[in-house]
Design a binder for this molecule. Structure first.
Ligand code: ADP
Ligand code: ADP
Length: 228
């Protein structure tokens, strides 16, 4: 089976809103897949299901053949980056990145080494001791990405991570993310309503339409560079 599989997924919220109807597709390991579509077409709902934050009303979502909730309980294989960086203001950059590792126990020394590695990867090595309020929006997002990467997830979920950033910062972070994806061999699921962003980043684009929440088509993007 596919690494991430949507099996005829439907989602009706308790309010009566149908967010998704019969969404059926599979994603291979190592793909960078964007959910692209207008506001309200169910992109976030689909992503939150893969994160185990939302249950399907019909059908099922599986990651590596298992329920997402179980994968999250049993491993560090799934990480989530939201539009807001959601950093703890009373913790330094380093301690924000370490937090999820800390919660899972193990050696603090190893956690610190790993946190430093990912902070270096996102260009924040010199800001480890800073506090979130001292950082720009782009830097906060970098910390958020580093925190997600620290657990070495097999699957990185991102919900409009760059939407709140200015154009220049967004372009910089897009390039950095591409670089990280190529090096780390992760599978990425990325939500955006920005066509340019989807084309720039993805190896596959899941185009969604709001009639409501259907998968219109899956586009394979030929990458302009080799995967390393
Ligand atoms: P199954 O377990 O049903 O054989 P998978 O778990 O591998 O299928 O994937 C879920 C569904 O995705 C499949 O039932 C299939 O219809 C669909 N699918 C198969 N190949 C592709 C593909 N290349 N791209 C998108 N969807 C696919
Ligand atoms: P998108 O991410 O494409 O903007 P969403 O998944 O956020 O779409 O929303 C899909 C539909 O479901 C919308 O009509 C939205 O109003 C509705 N919706 C989203 N979350 C909830 C919720 N928690 N309760 C009720 N309705 C919701």
């Amino acid at each position: 089976g596919h690494f991430v599989a949507f099996h005829h997924v439907g989602k009706i919220y308790s309010t009566g809103t149908t967010a998704l109807a019969d969404v059926h597709f599979g994603i291979g390991e190592g793909d960078f897949v964007s959910f692209l579509g207008p506001s309200g077409c169910g992109k976030s709902t689909a992503l939150r299901m893969v994160a185990g934050l939302e249950e399907a009303s019909s059908g099922s979502v599986l990651v590596g053949g298992k329920e997402p909730k179980r994968v999250i309980r049993e491993s560090n294989d799934i990480a989530f980056v939201f539009q807001e960086a959601n950093l703890l203001p009373w913790r330094t950059v380093l301690d924000n990145v370490i937090l999820p590792l800390e919660l899972r126990g193990g050696s603090m020394k190893e956690h610190r080494t790993e946190a430093k590695r990912v902070l270096e990867m996102v260009g924040l090595k010199d800001y480890m001791k800073a506090y979130p309020r001292q950082l720009s929006g782009g830097m906060k997002m970098r910390v958020s990405i580093a925190r997600a990467l620290a657990a070495k997830p097999k699957l990185l979920l991102m919900d409009e991570p760059f939407a709140a950033l200015d154009e220049i910062t967004r372009q910089t972070l897009q390039m950095e993310l591409l670089d990280i994806w190529r090096r780390e061999k992760m599978t990425v699921l990325f939500v955006t309503h920005n066509v340019f962003e989807a084309v720039l980043l993805s190896s596959r684009i899941a185009v969604m339409s709001a009639r409501p929440g259907r998968l219109s088509t899956m586009i394979d993007v030929e990458l302009p560079y080799p995967r390393t």
